[in-house]
Design a protein around this ligand. Structure first.
Ligand SMILES: [Ca+2]
Length: 144
């Protein structure tokens, strides 16, 4: 009987020690879920050539997000002489390739500013260029 009681006590002590070890912060940090804190990567070849007045312009970009996945991609655009941005959703049109069109009615004389915004499923958002509306892409518009 004495031997059995001693064995039970040892087993109980061992269990308590194990729980304490599992509860340390180091262990929970190593085994916790992976958190997506990085915004999607946007790859786009900027429009550099002058474009004709009043003609619609196709814009495409490759957008990837390696953790939660791409949620939404938008194209923002405006005439260089205004301060109000218009936006249009970019739609998936191939593997990781998103496209949208600036309507011809928006392509006014002088030049156009634009940037691309992408947000992942965990709501991490980025723009290209990085400073978005304060430092957008720009191209000239020429009268036909
Ligand atoms: Ca992400």
């Amino acid at each position: 009987m004495l031997a059995l009681a001693l064995t039970l006590m040892l087993a109980c002590d061992g269990g308590n020690t194990g729980v304490g070890g599992d509860g340390t912060t180091d262990d929970s940090g190593d085994t916790g879920p992976v958190v997506d804190e990085a915004c999607p990567t946007i790859t786009h070849t900027p429009i550099e050539a002058a474009m004709p007045l009043g003609e619609p312009i196709d814009v495409s970009a490759v957008v990837v997000d390696d953790l939660s996945g791409v949620f939404v991609v938008k194209l923002y655009y405006k005439q260089e002489t205004t301060t109000t941005w218009d936006d249009v959703g970019m739609t998936l049109s191939g593997t990781d390739t998103y496209t949208a069109q600036m309507p011809g009615s928006a392509v006014g004389s002088g030049g156009m500013d634009y940037y691309i915004q992408a947000v992942d499923i965990d709501q991490n958002g980025c723009t290209l260029p990085l400073d978005g509306e304060s430092d957008p892409f720009h191209f000239r518009v020429t009268a036909g």
